[in-house]
Design a protein around this ligand. Structure first.
Ligand code: UDP
Ligand code: MG
Length: 333
């Protein structure tokens, strides 16, 4: 089973044909694509030691002129690859599609809105070459984002860190460089609810970071609605922690415990102190006891369902509408 899904997930040979692949998810980024391409090009042409590279733009169902811009870029610049997904699959899946297609010895994941400065790629790559498999970019500060966004982000990273068993670095996005080894590792993790930061931490090897100041979005507006952010947060938590399920089970036991005490009291008032309303005792006992037992049962079933649901849906992660990458991304890749 494992071998089979691996085959389906990586139609590309794990051979490195270029030094660096840059994967850029694109969702309504027409305002940024031009500047982004220029800065990326400049950065990669001026690496301390010359490298071969490819720029993989993954169009995640944009509703603006992004795709048209990408097609023009691909015509003009031989380094530009594009993958046009069949619809909007979300940031994490768009990045995954890019990783599946990347042929680089090292792969950079970067946002399209220039919040992640391409110039940092020099530092990221240099650090990678000193013997790491992952170098992530850690935000020293973030500009131009609402207080609410900063606060929820901080809160989320702290909660996640406290309830997961693996250590997911706080205050990092997906901006990072990863080695071929890690890319192949990611391809072996076919889960539907992608949370790349968590998966990359799970993979292990030697990981480190460089710090940077996060800039404002250059143009356009965020594609991350609160709805998408909450989904990402839930994927992160459920993918890497069973704490909520354990809480359900524990609450079941706690309620049952209290119910038992109240039950004792009701029996006492019925038979010993005779201070009761007729019918009240049996009613209380059964409601409290059943409530507790039901919560325990739901908690336990939840433990199983969480493990099952993650594995039963063997849907492809994404579908490709068009690409200039050979071999073409097979459907369901
Ligand atoms: N993005 C995407 N699909 C989506 C939403 C966003 O591919 O459904 C891309 C977007 O084009 C950008 C990156 O993911 O390159 C980060 O998105 P955004 O800047 O909107 O997120 P934020 O920085 O506000 O968290
Ligand atoms: Mg952004």
């Amino acid at each position: 089973m494992r071998g089979q899904s691996q085959l389906v997930l990586s139609p590309y040979l794990p051979v490195s044909l270029v030094d660096i692949s840059v994967v850029i998810p694109i969702y309504n980024e027409e305002a940024n694509i031009g500047a982004l391409h220029q800065r990326l090009r400049h950065v990669l042409e001026t690496m301390p030691r010359p490298v071969s590279y490819e720029l993989i733009f993954v169009n995640d169902g944009s509703r603006d002129q992004s795709l048209a811009l990408l097609l023009t870029l691909a015509d003009r610049d031989e380094h530009v690859r594009y993958i046009d997904l069949s619809r909007n699959f979300g940031h994490q899946i768009a990045v995954t599609a890019g990783l599946d297609a990347a042929k680089g010895n090292a792969v950079v994941i970067i946002d399209a809105d220039l919040q992640d400065p391409p110039e940092l790629i020099h530092d990221l790559h240099a650090k990678l070459l000193t013997g790491y498999e992952v170098v992530y970019a850690k935000r020293r500060s973030r500009q131009g984002e609402s207080a609410a966004k900063k606060f929820t982000a901080r809160l989320f990273y702290r909660i996640l860190a406290s309830i997961t068993s693996i250590s997911i670095p706080v205050d990092t996005g997906d901006f990072r460089i990863i080695s071929r080894k890690v890319v192949e590792g990611l391809k072996m993790m076919p889960e539907q609810n992608k949370f790349l930061r968590g998966q990359i931490s799970w993979i292990g090897y030697r990981q480190t970071y460089v710090e940077y100041d996060r800039a404002e979005r250059a143009g356009g507006e965020t594609g991350y609605t609160y709805r998408k952010m909450i989904r990402l947060a839930l994927d992160g938590i459920t993918g890497f922690s069973d704490a909520p399920l354990k809480a359900a089970t524990l609450s079941g036991f706690a309620v049952s415990g209290v119910a038992f005490l109240v039950m004792m009291y009701t029996l006492y008032s019925r038979f010993v102190s005779h201070d009761y309303e007729p019918g009240w005792a049996s009613l209380m006992v059964s409601i409290l006891f059943l409530g507790g037992v039901q919560l325990i049962a739901v908690g336990i079933i939840g433990e199983y369902i969480a493990r099952l649901s993650a594995n039963v849906r063997q849907r492809p992660l994404y579908l490709v509408a068009d690409t200039n990458i050979t071999p073409p991304a097979a459907p369901g890749s």
